[in-house]
Design a protein around this ligand. Structure first.
Ligand code: GDP
Ligand code: IMO
Ligand code: MG
Length: 426
C-alpha cells in the first residue's frame, strides 16, 4: 500500500501550498487537485524562475509525475490552455501525464460575467477573485452546469451557452461572440486530456502508488466549515478530497496542513487577529503579501491559534508545516491568539459557527520573545534558535498537532525539518 496523502491550506489560503506540494511531489507518483479553479495561485520555483499555477497541480514541474485535475474542480478552458503552454516551455506536457476529470465543471464566459455582476451589485461584496468560481459551482448545484465530458462532443460545446440559458447567457453569447468562439476552441483543444480521472486514481491507489491530493484555498474558506458567506464555493477541507475524487476515506494515510507562522487573508470577511498598525504593515512588506492571482494586498496579522486548532480538528491533521517563519525573524515579540473575547459571550475558546459572532471577537494573545535574524534556512530542528523552537512548541501544544517542518524561504530547500518524526520524510 502506498502513501495517500492530502495536503490542505490550514488558514484562509496562500499558506505556501504550491511550494510544499512541489516539494512533496518528489515522493509521489501522482498529484491530484480536488477542488477550486483558477481562483488559486500556487507559487513554485523552477531553477531561479518563478511560476504561478492556477489550475495545474503543483507537481507539474517533476517530469515523470502524473498530474490530474479532479472532478471537484471548476475549469476555465482558455486559461488552462495558456497555463499548459507556459509549463510546456519548461517540460513536456501531454495527455499521458496530464488528465482532466470528465466530471469537472466548466467555467463559461457567462459565469465570469455573473461573478463580476454579483460582486458589483452586492451590499456586502465577498471580494471574490472574479474568476467565475461561485456561479459555476452554483450551476453545478442547480444541475445546470457543463462538464468536461462535453469537450469530446463539438455540438455539446457549441451549445455550451444553453447549459446556463435560463440565467440569461443566451444574450451574453450574442453580445460577445468572439469570447465564446475562443471558449469553444479551447474546449476542443482540451478534449484529448479528458478521462475518468477518479477511476484512474482508484486504480493507482489499488496498485500501490504514492498519491498526493492537493487542496486549494484554505480550510477557513470551506463552503460549509469556513467563515460563510466570506468563503469560496467548494469543499476545501480534507473530507472534500474524498468526496470530490470518490475516494474511500479509509484509504487516506496522512493529512498535512500548511499554515504560515502568522495569518493573512485576501478579500472580505472577519479576521480577528488582523493588524492595521505598523506591525501588520511590516509583516505584509517582509512577506511580500500580495495575491498570486489578483495582485491584491493581503491583510496580515498574528497567528490565530483558535482558528488553527479548529482546522486541525476539522481535518484530522496528522502533521502541520509552519511556513514563512523567516518573515517573523528579527521581530522583538511574536504573538499567538489563544482565545477570543466577545462583548456578549465573554471568553470564547472555540471558533464560532456564526460569522457575525466571529466578527465581534477580539483576540487574547500569548506573547513570545522573537528570534534573531537571519535565521538558519535548512537543517533539522536543532538549527532553530531556542526562541523560535519555543514558539513552534507552543503552537504545536496549543493546536495539538505535530509541527514537522518550518518554512524558511520560497525555494524547495529552504526548510527546517523535525527529523525525529519518521512518518514525514522529504
Ligand atoms: P499557496 O496559494 O498556498 O500556494 O501560496 P502562494 O503561492 O499564493 O503564496 C505563498 C508565497 O510565499 C509565495 O510567494 C511563495 O513563494 C512564498 N513562500 C512559500 N514558502 C515560504 C517560506 O517559507 N518563506 C518565505 N519567505 N516565502 C515563502
Ligand atoms: P490559493 O489556492 C486566498 C478568496 C477570495 C475571496 C473568497 C471567494 O492560492 O490559496 P472566489 O473567487 O473563490 O469566489 O473568492 O476566497 N480566495 C482565496 N484567497 N488564496 C486563494 O487560493 C483563494 N481563492 C479564493 O479572495 O475572499
Ligand atoms: Mg495562493
Amino acid at each position: 500500500m502506498g502513501q495517500v496523502r492530502i495536503v490542505i491550506g490550514a488558514q484562509w489560503g496562500d499558506e505556501g501550498k504550491g511550494k510544499w506540494i512541489d516539494t512533496l511531489a518528489a515522493d509521489a507518483d501522482l498529484v491530484v487537485r480536488y477542488q477550486g479553479g483558477n481562483n488559486a495561485g500556487h507559487t513554485l520555483y523552477h531553477n531561479q524562475q518563478k511560476l504561478v499555477l492556477h489550475h495545474l497541480p503543483s507537481g507539474m514541474l517533476h517530469e515523470n509525475r502524473k498530474c490530474y485535475l479532479g472532478g471537484g474542480m471548476v475549469i476555465n478552458p482558455i486559461k488552462l490552455l495558456e497555463e499548459i503552454d507556459t509549463v510546456r516551455k519548461i517540460l513536456p506536457v501531454d495527455p499521458s501525464r496530464l488528465k482532466i476529470s470528465a466530471r469537472a465543471h466548466i467555467i463559461t464566459p457567462w459565469h465570469i460575467a455573473c461573478d463580476e455582476r454579483f460582486e458589483a451589485d452586492a451590499a456586502h461584496p465577498i471580494g471574490t477573485t472574479k474568476r467565475g468560481i461561485g456561479p459555476t459551482y452554483a450551476a453545478k448545484a442547480l444541475r445546470n452546469g457543463m462538464r468536461a465530458s462535453a469537450f469530446a462532443n463539438r455540438d455539446e460545446v457549441l451549445a455550451a451557452y444553453r447549459y446556463t440559458a435560463f440565467q440569461g447567457s443566451d444574450d451574453h453569447h450574442k453580445r460577445h461572440p468572439e469570447v465564446w468562439q475562443k471558449f469553444e476552441e479551447a474546449c476542443a483543444a482540451l478534449a484529448p486530456f479528458v478521462d475518468d480521472v477518479e477511476q484512474l486514481v482508484r486504480n493507482d491507489i489499488r496498485g500501490g502508488a504514492n498519491v498526493l491530493f492537493e487542496g486549494a484555498q484554505g480550510a477557513l474558506l470551506d463552503i460549509d466549515h469556513g467563515t460563510y458567506p466570506f468563503v469560496t464555493s467548494s469543499s476545501t477541507s480534507a473530507a472534500g478530497a474524498c468526496q470530490s475524487l470518490g475516494i474511500n476515506p479509509r484509504l487516506i494515510t496522512q493529512v498535512v496542513g500548511i499554515s504560515k507562522a502568522y495569518t493573512t487573508r485576501v478579500g472580505g470577511g472577519p479576521f480577528p487577529t488582523e493588524l492595521s498598525d505598523a506591525t501588520g504593515k511590516l509583516i505584509a512588506e517582509r512577506g511580500n503579501e500580495f495575491g498570486a492571482t489578483t495582485g491584491r494586498p493581503r491583510r496580515c496579522g498574528w497567528l490565530d491559534g483558535v482558528a488553527l486548532r479548529y482546522v486541525a480538528e476539522l481535518n484530522g491533521l496528522d502533521a502541520l508545516i509552519l511556513n514563512k517563519m523567516d518573515i517573523l525573524a528579527g521581530f522583538p515579540e511574536v504573538k499567538l491568539a489563544t482565545a477570543y473575547l466577545h462583548p456578549k459571550f465573554g471568553r470564547i475558546q472555540h471558533f464560532p459557527a456564526d460569522t457575525a459572532v466571529l466578527a465581534e471577537c477580539v483576540p487574547e494573545y500569548e506573547s513570545f520573545p522573537g528570534w534573531p535574524e537571519p535565521m538558519a534556512v535548512s537543517g533539522d530542528f536543532k538549527a532553530l534558535h531556542p526562541r523560535a523552537r519555543e514558539f513552534v512548541a507552543a503552537v504545536e501544544q496549543f493546536c495539538g498537532v505535530r509541527i514537522v517542518c518550518v518554512g524558511t524561504g520560497p525555494k524547495r530547500e529552504e526548510a527546517i525539518y523535525d527529523r525525529t518524526y519518521g512518518a514525514f520524510r522529504v
